[in-house]
Design a protein around this ligand. Structure first.
Ligand SMILES: Nc1nc2c(ncn2[C@@H]2O[C@H](COP(=O)(O)OP(=O)(O)OP(=O)(O)O)[C@@H](O)[C@H]2O)c(=O)[nH]1
Ligand SMILES: [Mg+2]
Length: 362
């Protein structure tokens, strides 16, 4: 079996991972000043509302995006009670137009309507807004600036019958001066989970990648990717793979690393993925043969190298894949915890991953 061209596999798998991630579009609305922008900044990578690009779609709707984050947020002008019919119409026209898009990446996938807990009131306008939105997309009611519930959440549930769920969120930590009490952020991870639940399966990776409120959500999505890759490795080895043919495992490992990176929300460049793959293989050669690959890979599972003989069974290939995938997830989740959900620096990832691998290889 001839050598493979690692560079082109890496390029191809990166493109594939991006394509599989797709994009998610969220509409965030209701009255002005309820904390929409603050919520967006606390919820998504890159302080989106503050630093993202804003593109006006209509007079009252702007699309916020940022390079490298697979989400578009449609932020709307406040729903003023006096002229809410007008705003509602504008929104309806906009959503129904988006809904006709055949490219699913361009449709709206979920709506958050934000009601401030301070206001403690659900109005006719809110009900109409929810009813209209829920004709097109699942709607989640977000009670913002949560401080004391006093039955308000239950009231929202009762009054807004069309919402899929109601969640209380405190997007900013709050200090109550007189009493020296600190109220920490809350509810953001719950909102992330509820949103993941109501959106279509095909949109979940994009959402999970974009949000920073739940690292657990990223990890659990990444486990699924590893399980899928391990199953592919198992299938390939239905009859044991001679060492010299082991290059066929490489696209699986590279694809897995690329997809895990994508679901964590890393904007991975080819050079970073190349370094990660080199760490796994213990070689930075760009073309590499089966024997060298097997030698590199098998070092990731202590003790198994000697058992393997001249061929890799599907079971070994799948254990190997799981080991590499889990090490990478472990690396990323630690770093993401440290950086509060924002993508860590590429060199920190490389360094931490190498350290984990070398511990394993000892
Ligand atoms: N204490 C507290 N204040 C908050 C919270 N969320 C937002 N705020 C404050 O509420 C005010 C309005 O927040 P924004 O995020 O600008 O509200 P918005 O809905 O984007 O407002 P418009 O874009 O003007 O419609 C700001 O002073 C925020 O700091 C929260 O969870 N707790
Ligand atoms: Mg705003």
């Amino acid at each position: 079996m001839e050598n493979i061209d690692l560079g082109s596999i890496i390029f191809e798998k990166l493109e594939e991972a991006k394509k599989q991630t797709g994009r998610i579009n969220i509409i965030i609305t209701d009255k002005t000043g309820v904390g929409k922008s603050t919520l967006i900044n606390s919820m998504f990578q890159g302080n989106l509302a503050e630093t993202g690009q804003g593109r006006p779609c209509t007079q009252g709707i702007k699309e916020i995006t940022k390079e490298g984050i697979p989400i578009s947020i449609f932020d709307t002008r406040g729903l003023e009670v006096k002229e809410y019919k007008e705003t509602l119409n504008e929104l309806r026209n906009f959503i129904s137009k988006m809904h006709k898009e055949t490219d699913v990446n361009k449709q709206i996938h979920v709506a958050w309507i934000c009601i401030s807990e301070d206001l403690r009131r659900v109005e006719e306008a809110d009900t109409e807004l929810v009813n209209m939105l829920s004709e097109f997309v699942p709607v989640i009611a977000v009670i913002t600036k949560a401080r004391s519930d006093n039955g308000f959440q239950a009231e929202v549930k009762t009054l807004l019958t069309q919402v899929r769920n109601v969640v209380r969120v405190r997007a900013l930590e709050e200090v109550i001066d007189d009493e020296d009490i600190k109220l920490p952020q809350m509810g953001l991870d719950k909102l992330a989970d509820l949103t993941e639940e109501v959106i279509p399966e095909g949109r979940r990776n994009a959402f999970v990648a974009s949000q920073k409120a739940s690292i657990k959500q990223k990890v659990s999505r990444a486990h699924k990717i590893v399980a899928g890759a391990a199953a592919s490795a198992l299938a390939i080895g239905a009859t044991p793979i001679p060492f010299s043919d082991a290059v066929i495992l490489i696209p699986i490992e590279v694809g897995m690393l690329a997809s895990i990176s994508a679901v964590f929300g890393l904007d991975l460049s080819k050079s970073v993925l190349t370094t990660l793959v080199s760490s796994v293989l213990g070689s930075s050669a760009t073309t590499i043969g089966g024997k060298a690959i097997v030698a590199g890979l098998l070092k990731c599972i202590p003790g198994i190298g000697t058992l393997a003989g001249a061929a890799i069974s599907g079971t070994t290939a799948s254990i190997l894949t799981t080991t590499i995938g889990e090490l990478y997830i472990g690396t990323l989740s630690l770093l993401f915890e440290k950086s509060k959900g924002e993508p860590p620096k590429a060199e920190d990832i490389e360094k931490a991953f190498k350290e984990k691998l070398s511990l394993k290889k000892k």
